[in-house]
Design a protein. Structure first.
Length: 375
């Protein structure tokens, strides 16, 4: 098993792919079976040129990936610039099955996979039903990946599968055989106020928190906060949703983060970006650079062995906008695994297991660690 990665910043597709291939040819020293391709919004018009060159150079390789507001590779994060992140892998003993999916479609596998890498368009593909189906039909399979980012309307993102470019749905590749895949979630928020139970819900609406109005709970939280927190509550409030009903999970990492979509004044309810069940834990959250760095640092420190390759899917709200510096998350990963190839993107949602359940995450960084299987 061999991996190599490259990050190429260039305004032309021809220039970017040529630079990336120079690195891959030098470092891989093998014919790749898998190509992971992430193209930034600034280079998106050049995507057909990039894919054509890669398919011409490696016609037998499975190619998969998507577009992002920024891309990650070689310990660097390329935000708001034309850039290509490319990872190539020679995978003897590994079976790859790739396919595209429209909304509502389910993948078919001839071999039970160990992992599924999934990339979707956030406007036309809702991953939660598929994640639940995969958990039920193939328990123990690691499903991970990301939603494309950088587009402002339907049709603004791109998904890549071999020589084809899709503007909707999802693409996935199932991996089986001689490899192990581990996915780790690093959260990017800190909780504010106490955890509460959603004692009355209706779809996306929270009608009651601990038997009281959610809007009243928000007003109470606002009144008890400092002026700087009050400003952030008005413009950047998120919601942590517990995965288990009726269980107070004090650990902020044991929730999935969702957007606060809006308020319903008539019933004094709040709407969030998740379908809720009664007695799910609700914890209001704020993006926080210190908490995000601590979570990622702790996650990296807990990893016991060096992987053969790392994929990094970071929420588009992270990066320079959150940390105030370039290459923050990629730099931490590279410091922990300095010789390990890395690729990824800034995403509109990150996919990884949590508490044994495949989940869509927000404001997070997901690390995907790939290793040869231990026999």
């Amino acid at each position: 098993m061999k991996w190599a990665s490259a990050l190429a910043r260039d305004p032309s597709g021809e220039g970017a792919v040529s630079r990336a291939l120079e690195v891959i040819d030098r470092e891989l020293d093998a014919t790749p079976d898998l190509l992971l391709v992430f193209i930034s919004t600034g280079l998106l018009k050049e995507a057909p040129i990039v894919l054509a060159r890669l398919r011409e150079r490696f016609p037998a390789a499975t190619l998969i990936g998507c577009s992002g507001s920024g891309v990650i590779g070689a310990a660097r994060e390329a935000e708001d610039v034309p850039a290509l992140s490319l990872m190539a892998a020679s995978l003897p003993g590994v079976r790859l099955e790739a396919q595209s999916l429209r909304l509502g479609e389910r993948p078919t596998f001839t071999t039970r996979p160990k992992a599924v890498l999934l990339f979707g368009d956030p406007f036309t593909f809702k991953p939660e039903p598929l994640l639940a189906w995969l958990d039920e039909s193939a328990p123990g399979v690691v499903t991970t990946g990301a939603l494309a980012s950088g587009g402002s309307s339907p049709g603004g993102h791109r998904l890549f599968l071999d020589e084809r470019v899709h503007t909707s749905g999802a693409v996935c590749v199932a991996l089986s055989g001689n490899l192990e895949v581990e996915a780790v979630v690093a959260q990017g928020c800190r909780p504010v106020g106490p955890p509460m139970f959603a004692t009355a819900v209706e779809g996306h609406l929270v009608l009651e928190l601990d038997g009281k109005s959610p809007i009243d709970a928000l007003q109470k939280l606002h009144a008890a906060s400092t002026p700087d927190v009050q400003e952030r509550l008005r413009h950047g409030l998120l919601v942590g949703v517990g995965l288990e009903t009726g269980h107070v999970e004090q650990d902020a990492s044991a929730v999935v983060v969702r957007k606060l979509v809006g308020l319903e004044a008539t019933r004094k309810a709040i709407a969030i970006g998740a379908v809720l069940e009664p007695l799910q834990l609700i914890h209001f959250m704020l993006r926080d650079a210190e908490a995000a760095e601590s979570s990622l640092t702790s996650s990296l420190a807990a990893l016991k062995s060096t992987p053969a390759a790392v994929l990094l899917f970071s929420c588009s709200s992270r990066g320079r906008a959150l940390f105030g510096v370039d290459d923050h998350d990629a730099g931490l990963v590279a410091a922990r695994f300095p010789a390990t190839p890395m690729a990824g993107l800034f995403s509109n949602g990150e996919l990884a297991p949590l508490l044994g359940r495949s989940c869509l995450h927000g404001a997070s960084s997901v690390l995907v660690l790939l290793r040869p299987a231990v026999h």
